[in-house]
Design a protein around this ligand. Sequence first.
Ligand code: 13P
Length: 278
Amino acid sequence: MNPCNLNQLGITRENPWAVGHFNIHNQEFIRAVVRAADQERSPAILAVGMLSVKYMGLEPLISACQVISKETDVPIAVHLDHARDVDVVKQALDCGINSVMFDGSALEYEENVEKTTKVVQMAHEFGATAEGEIGIVPHGTASVSEADMTNPARAVEFAERTGVDFLAVSLGSVHGMKTAGASLNQDLLRQLHQQIPVPLVLHGASGVVDDHIKAAVENGIRKINVNTGLKVVLKNFLSDKLAKDPDSDLLDDFDLGMDAVNASVAARMRLFGSSNKA
Ligand code: 13P
């Protein structure tokens, strides 16, 4: 059955658990996520972001996800993350990707509606799911202003006009934080969950403290995006290991690094409540 789309992971707007979206960049990350999903009996998303596409190439990366996802019987989706170019979405769909996110959050509202609608239609023709974004989740800033957070009336209209399957919202998280320190506007999240007819997505989860992640799941977040935190785990592990044992075989180091990422992914699955939901 693998890989599958986001609607085949068992997530619903109502069920109080969230699926982890883990950005992957090479086979070490892909296997670490797939193994954790298998051990935890948890659905999972292998997310292909633009920097990783630049690093490894779109087709090789999607193909590696497709092949390695077959190593488990728990549902695994392969998802394009933060595409800002409709042509890249089409290329990914042609490679057989199961789900796509179009990030039009930096565009004027009407242009975001128009391009996201086009992406949703294209994705559905391929049997894939589509995620859009409304509100700004910044990169590398200290905090998020009220004005950047998602406006409920706008978000309801956006979801209805575009037909997105999942909607990313801005609640106070920031992309790219190396340690967790951010909290989320849970009152805003409760309002959004009540009013928006599709499951909601949290971006920038590496920087959010665990208590706020747990509360966000209770209040309606159903997909949680993690990237930076896993890179930090691998980088810290490898720099320690190479300093302590410079003569080791590099492949053994990668294997052990994968185990460290695997443990971090599994811990997040337990935090998100997705363990034993496959
Ligand atoms: P972090 O890198 O902050 O975890 O954000 C990941 C993300 O939102 C990917 O879409």
